[in-house]
Write a protein that binds this ligand. Sequence first.
Ligand SMILES: Nc1nc2c(c(=O)[nH]1)N[C@H]1C(S)=C(S)[C@@H](COP(=O)(O)O)O[C@H]1N2
Ligand SMILES: [Mo]
Length: 444
Amino acid sequence: MNSKPQKSHRPAGLPHRDSANARRADELLWDRRADSVSRRGFLGRLGLVSMSAAVGAKIVFGDKLPSGLIPVALAQSTAPFQIMGKEGLMVMNDRPLVAETPAHLLDDAITSAKHLFIRNNGLAPTPEMLDPDTWTLEIAGESCEQPTTFSLKELKEKFQPQTLQMVLECAGNGRSEFNPPATGNQWTTGGVGCPQWTGVRLADVLRHCGVKKNAVYVGYYGADVHLSGDPKKSAISRGVPITKALEDESLLVFAMNGEPLPWQHGHPLRLMFGGWAASTCGKWVKKIVIRDREHDGEKMTGHSYRMPRHPVAPGSKVPAEDMVVIEAMPVKSLVTFPKSGSSHPCAEQLTVRGHAWVGEGAVASAEVSFDFGITWRQAELDKPANRYAWQQWRTTVALPKKGYYEIWARAVDDQGRAQPMILPGWNPEGYLNNSCHRIAIQAV
Ligand SMILES: Nc1nc2c(c(=O)[nH]1)N[C@H]1C(S)=C(S)[C@@H](COP(=O)(O)O)O[C@H]1N2
Ligand SMILES: [Mo]
């Protein structure tokens, strides 16, 4: 376990090379016989099109790019090359594409599409595979009375639209701080955002199809392709207990911030489960199954998105039967202003602000410290726009003398649970790090 720690923001494209299927995946991803009708040709187009989309421009000599070579633009995080539709994201991996948002770019109350992190587990479908006019969603499974296939148009016509602002946070957000390190994407703090989502209630759709009494779980299937290229495997197929699926805020989403859902975020249809690990929020969703048992799709079992049932010593091996599925996310906060590393005249009032959120319930208080946690001051805290939205907080501080400071933020939820100052309990996959966010400030 943890034999290959990866450094944060190492050049993208190099990890996963050592995985068993890497060569095969490379062949599939990079095959250039674009006109071939074979599956490989299809994936070849997929590779080049997504790579072009990812670097934000057509790769002019794309046909001459050596097989397996990753455009160097993807190893750089900033302009002029960016992921299509994105601004300032840090690319952690290119296959699958994973990119996080620096905290100061999350300053807005509602996260814009250009600043929302991306987490793909497989190969995203290309934009031309995602036609809203022909898109269908199938509801099936052993606990579904009336298996039904809806067109997107039918979903929009049959069911009442809902708009809610809800936090989307990857369960691995913060992973880079754990020691011993966990393998996987080395998220710092940017695997989170809080856009406004518009869709229909999943409950309305499921009830329309009939939920049998023995239903315990729902699972999703999306249109993305497993990294190995194996059409029989899903990139990811997770879900939530039926009680969560039937909550008023659990949505089948087709718009974000009033625009059609962006390509990278699941266009034309995705799931949103407020406050839960974002891996439950299936993108490009084609099928939802109502299960009579805990869903057992890709990344539901083993150690994926699971935590030890009991606290474990750092670095220990935890048997699979002692791992339980992650549900709601813990209380957390971000300092989104000022930008870490900036300077401010000493003794002058400095505005400090950010967001705080918790997977279940609400945030009760947000505090900041600039003396390494010795004293804390209460920030002004807004109510959430709705259940599962993050809450804005703000305060002012005057840094007494010239020199280096850290501003720490800490949120406490309405059950009295506070963020830990350093790190929460270690776990094998490095999930749920909700330790205090720290930024550096120089008083000049
Ligand atoms: N079909 C599909 N859905 C998916 C994923 C994926 O790879 N494929 N990734 C999941 C994970 S792990 C996360 S954190 C969120 C990321 O959503 P975003 O890319 O829109 O930010 O989508 C979830 N839904
Ligand atoms: Mo995730």
